[in-house]
Write a protein that binds this ligand. Sequence first.
Ligand code: GAL
Length: 379
Amino acid sequence: MMGWSSWNHFQTHITDAIVRAEANAMVDSGLRDAGYVYVMIDDGWQGERDAEGELHPNSNFPDMAELGRYLHARGLKFGLYSSPGARTCAGFPGSLNHEEQDAQTFAAWGVDILKYDMCSYADVLKDQGRGDLLLEQKLLMAAFSKMHRALLATGHPIGLTLSNHGLLNISQWAPAAGAISWRTTEDVQDNYSRMSSIGFSQAGLARYAGPGHAIDPDMLEVGNGGMTTSEYRTQMSLWAILAAPLIAGNDLRTMDRATRELLTNPEVLAIDQDSLSRGGDRLWTRGQLEIWRRPLADGSSVLAVFNRATAYRGLTATMLHIPWGDLGLKRPNRLIDVWSGKETLGSPHLTLQITAHDVVLLRLYPTRYALAKRPSRLH
Ligand code: GAL
């Protein structure tokens, strides 16, 4: 899944006009054509319920159905946010005891995907689960499934993406609760320390991802200004290795060229969206160096070599020279450095130089034949 969300940049300071302007920027900047089609309005759009219990948007969103039509007319899809609790995380009304009614409302507005965030449902878990984690898990699964059934009952295809910061073993049961993706971590922040601790904590979760089911280590911070280009390149590469949803979280209206290039590199997006949908995993570590690997549908694979170290005594780069066999891999026939587009013949060693807080993303082709099939603008 690829799109843009209001949360990382705007939090609750969102309006209809901002969403429309971001949608237009998605089209004009080429993001939509690169695959970013979901426009996700996160927390902060809600007003109050009326006497019949119907939920209305607040005065920043005069007409949600009209906004939905505006997005659809531009080839975009409409994402909205709610909670199984009485209140959302930012204190707006949630869907507790109004699940069917809200699902009908969302369908009438043309919503295509719903982010459903645990938030104050934690109070219900505390009251009814009384510290029994298995019971809490069952209660949360039931609450998420209830909305899934309510969405199905509308007759409109509305995807469900779940959020509970990865608690209560959610990766084990989210697909059964109807989720196309589910959060596996706390919220990302626009700094390397938080982004990398979240991203690298995903080791071992790849087995839960597959066609139609993605683990979600939260949204992209690329372009929000708190990290360097290398650090943002690290987030894009790691999220692509994980087959994670790519949800841009920056202000697309003022995005610079470097940000746009990071977000739209076709080779990186093709890796993230690869049809095998198998996430990658950590293969090797030495100190602050990590190598992750992800298999792809055409028989090639991707290696991501990360340098998590900060500069040491002014030294910012490290050399790596490892026999392929030490990684449990066969010598590839050819390698493409994905970010630079540089293509080389396989040698007996994996040899490269890697800068602090940066990544080298390599696509490995076992044979010449596979190389010929590579879908690429580099030909
Ligand atoms: C958090 C969630 C964030 C955002 C926020 C809205 O729980 O992880 O992604 O949706 O709530 O209040």
